[in-house]
Design a protein around this ligand. Structure first.
Ligand SMILES: Cc1cc2nc3c(=O)[nH]c(=O)nc-3n(C[C@H](O)[C@H](O)[C@H](O)COP(=O)(O)OP(=O)(O)OC[C@H]3O[C@@H](n4cnc5c(N)ncnc54)[C@H](O)[C@@H]3O)c2cc1C
Length: 597
């Protein structure tokens, strides 16, 4: 009975039924006996005993015990603080709930995107009589145009020797196997199939544009050829987005011995060549000189492509190659050659210095003010300018030479320029006006690296130009539709039987004219620079970002995280994003693959 009385308040407070509680009994009996001793020895010293009825007669003894126990049970500091941890954990619990709700939401979103991607809707067939819009190329410019274009307004035909879009900013990572090339390729069929009205695609190269006849001549340059391999396509409107070739500046031997970095095939060749050089260098009885030559990797061009490739290559060596082929440790070396006084000329001075310092730490040699004069099979002839201004000519042996120095005109662009008198003074590409119309022509537009609009040849410029043209073409179609409607209404108004109907039609005409003015109010193309980014190796990147009205220059590990997230968000599709993340995770886990394909 006493046992129950003693336990009850404590167990009830804990939310438990008042059941057996032996620990508390012994605790209570100890308290009781000490209370008795205390009463005998110093009745006035303990406040608990003074306030209780211990000094009075029992049967209040049981009451006393109860009150004593309940005082201890409710008043010990440990138990008084019980609610506090609850408050602290409540926040953590909420954060945890938010996290998993967010993760679940993201999963549903990704799943839905994948579902949409895998299940394209039925497409409409282009209406008879619509204008034929021919788009050349499937690079940054053309694809960003196609993405935003309302294809129901035109009969759209796309021509390109490449049936995929390539996310070039991550191409240097493919040369070392950090990312697999298919992860940054998006088949054009995938996104063209999602347009409302069907778009025709021909895998072919445009060999000639006859701007007067408004015809494009095309050739099937693929390995497999059918009975028909050439054709011609008439256009009402043409967009030239064929990009540019690699510039060699007429330096002999570059095409024969160097490798470029522009296409997927180039990255694959580089990857094979790196491994070939490493394996050949450790071939039995290879001389030390030959080994050093084979393991000397020379990159020509200190722009973002050259710098990123040099950084990726050094990472490959540091993280994987030297681990699996230890014999190459002492000889593997990367040299970056640049004709200008510094690398990354488009970045601010502090980032250039930071990059050069980082390369030094990574043991990458930078040879600025060095011009390549001739490329031989095993060495390059270069002329460098010393600090005293003296020119020194030297031979630099190499095993791998990657040429990343800039752009040159494609033959089809050169040919078009020759046909147009207004283009005769241009050397670098098609001159365009502020609406990207090729100067000296009508109904021909140019975007990206093949157009000269006073901006740098970058993906950023090309994609903004493509998006601008999509808006322009959508507006042209809307204008045409409104004008057709206006002429119908004008007919209707003249035939209206009474004033009331005439007024009604007139009101409609006024409304349409207002819309027409709004649609026609499209300003010229204006490029908005978001900033420049480059990976410099060792998990570091540099960034010159436009921020409000100013510029933020930053470099290091955090910038590298920003670099990664920026490129990930820019990837063409959810599929690309997932594949790239998986590749990064795969490399982190297993390292890069050192087998030669
Ligand atoms: C390795 C690398 C890294 C880069 N990194 C960045 C970066 O980080 N940020 C940035 O802003 N820019 C970067 N660039 C530059 C950027 O890729 C180019 O500026 C951009 O690709 C230009 O777009 P475009 O549409 O003009 O040409 P491209 O993207 O080159 O596309 C040209 C298209 O035309 C097709 N074509 C070629 N010839 C013909 C023909 N005769 N007929 C029909 N079609 C043809 C090609 O197959 C291709 O589909 C990088 C470039 C490289 C090579």
């Amino acid at each position: 009975m006493m046992k129950q009385i003693i336990c009850a308040p404590i167990r009830l407070k804990a939310g438990l039924p008042a059941a057996n509680c032996p620990r508390l009994i012994s605790h209570t009996s100890r308290a009781l006996s000490s209370a008795a001793i205390a009463r005998r020895q110093a009745p006035s010293r303990s406040p608990i005993l003074t306030s209780s009825s211990v000094s009075r007669a029992l049967p209040s003894r049981i009451t006393t015990v109860t009150s004593l126990v309940s005082t201890r049970a409710y008043a010990t500091p440990a138990e008084a603080e019980t609610p506090k941890p609850k408050k602290r954990f409540r926040l953590i619990r909420w954060l945890w709930r938010l996290t998993y709700l967010g993760a679940a939401g993201a999963l549903v979103y990704v799943g839905y995107e994948i579902y949409l991607m895998r299940h394209p809707a039925e497409q409409e067939v282009p209406e008879e009589g619509k204008k034929t819009l021919v788009v050349l190329g499937t690079g940054w410019g053309s694809v960003s145009l196609l993405k935003k274009l309302d294809t129901e307004n035109y009969n759209v035909i796309v021509i390109s020797p490449r049936n995929y879009f390539l996310f070039t900013p991550l191409l240097p990572s493919c040369t070392t196997g950090q990312i697999e090339h298919r992860s940054i390729m998006e088949p054009v069929r995938n996104f063209l199939r999602h347009k409302k009205t069907a778009v025709k695609f021909y895998e072919a190269e445009a060999t000639k544009i006859d701007y007067k006849k408004k015809v494009v001549y095309i050739n099937d340059e693929s390995e497999i050829k059918g009975n028909v391999r050439t054709s011609e396509i008439a256009f009402d409107m043409l967009v030239v987005g064929v990009g540019a070739e690699n510039a060699t500046f007429g330096i002999p031997g570059v095409r024969e011995h160097g490798l470029f970095l522009k296409e997927v095939g180039d990255a694959q060749k580089i990857r094979r060549r790196i491994m070939d050089c490493c394996e050949t260098a450790v071939f039995r009885d290879q001389s030390p000189e030959e080994r050093a030559r084979l393991l000397h990797m020379v990159v020509v061009g200190g722009g973002p492509t050259g710098v990123e490739f040099a950084g990726e290559l050094q990472d490959f060596f540091q993280d994987d190659l030297r681990k699996w082929i230890p014999e190459i440790q002492d000889n593997f070396h990367v040299t970056l050659v640049e004709a200008l006084p510094n690398v990354l000329p488009m970045f601010s001075k502090q980032l250039i210095d930071y990059t050069e310092r980082t390369f030094k730490e990574e043991t990458i040699t930078i040879r600025t003010k060095t011009m390549v004069k001739k490329v031989h099979e095993k060495y390059i002839e270069a002329e460098s300018t010393g600090p005293d201004g003296q020119k020194i000519t030297e031979n630099i042996p190499y095993g791998l030479l990657v040429w990343a120095t800039g752009n040159a005109l494609r033959p089809v662009v050169k040919d078009l320029m020759m046909q147009i008198p207004a283009q005769k003074d241009s050397r670098r590409g098609l001159l365009v006006n502020e609406y990207l119309v090729v100067k000296g022509t009508e109904d021909i537009w140019a975007v990206g690296d093949c157009a000269i609009a006073n901006y740098a040849p970058t993906a950023q410029v090309a994609s903004q130009e493509g998006a601008f043209l999509a808006r322009l073409f959508n507006n042209i179609a809307k204008t045409q539709a409104i004008e057709d409607k206006l002429s119908q209404l004008s007919d209707l108004q003249s035939k209206a039987p009474n004033k009331e109907e005439r007024d009604q039609v007139f009101a409609d005409i006024k409304e349409l004219q207002k819309r027409l003015r709004r649609v026609k109010q499209m300003g010229p193309f204006e490029y908005s620079h978001q900033g420049s980014l480059a990976y410099i190796g060792s998990d570091k990147a540099v960034a010159d970002i436009s921020w409000l009205t100013g510029n933020v220059a930053t470099g290091g590990g955090l910038t590298y995280i920003f670099w990664r997230s920026a490129y990930l968000s820019m990837c063409w599709s959810m599929r690309n994003r997932i594949l790239v993340v998986m590749d990064w995770a795969k490399t982190k886990m297993f390292g890069r693959d050192v087998s030669r394909e």
